[in-house]
Design a protein around this ligand. Structure first.
Ligand code: NI
Length: 174
């Protein structure tokens, strides 16, 4: 397993729409292994393949608590169904938008059709944190980031700050 570099905003790659996976073979499973390793290393609870530069409809997640056993989840070609009209609000962050957080409302419950790590068809009935997390990750597959839900002003400010950080040269102590 390899820890990959996570792409951060602003970067056009993150705005790309990811393509369906035709077949789950060794290559796709290796990608999922790298993704989960990268996500754990970055201390995130979800990661989409596009965040490491691969435009495939693959998501990994683990919403287990720190004191619980790891519970890695793999979603290939996920499709969201039956979004609830009730919403829940979480303060969201994103590994591709480091150090910024904002409250986002999303449907409280949803069902997800997907293929698992072994290519088996599955249905997930998601609620609460799980529902919010999968919807956040599904947005990545469409090139959408959580900051897109914020006011234009707030979003512009965040992107500006992130680009400034990127332009800064590396700090060295010699
Ligand atoms: Ni994200």
């Amino acid at each position: 397993m390899t820890i990959k570099t996570i792409i951060t905003e602003p970067n056009k790659i993150l705005r790309q729409k990811s393509l369906p996976v035709r077949e789950i073979g060794r290559e796709e499973q290796r990608l999922m292994d790298d993704m989960i390793e990268t996500m754990y290393d970055a201390k995130g609870i979800g990661l989409a393949a596009i965040q490491i530069g691969i435009p495939k409809r693959i998501i990994v997640m683990d919403i287990s608590k720190n004191d619980e056993k790891n519970n890695p989840m793999y979603f290939v070609n996920p499709i969201i169904k039956n979004k609830n009209s009730e919403t829940s609000t979480y303060e969201e962050g994103c590994l591709s938008v480091p150090n910024f957080f904002a409250e986002v409302d999303r449907p409280k419950k949803c069902d997800v059709d997907y293929l698992d790590y072994n290519g088996k068809k599955k249905i997930l009935k998601a609620e609460g944190l799980l529902a919010t997390c999968i919807q956040h990750e599904m947005d990545h597959l469409e090139g959408v980031l959580f900051i897109d839900y914020l006011s234009k002003l707030k979003k512009t400010m965040i992107v500006k700050k992130l680009s400034k950080k990127k332009d800064r040269p590396d700090r060295i102590i010699v």
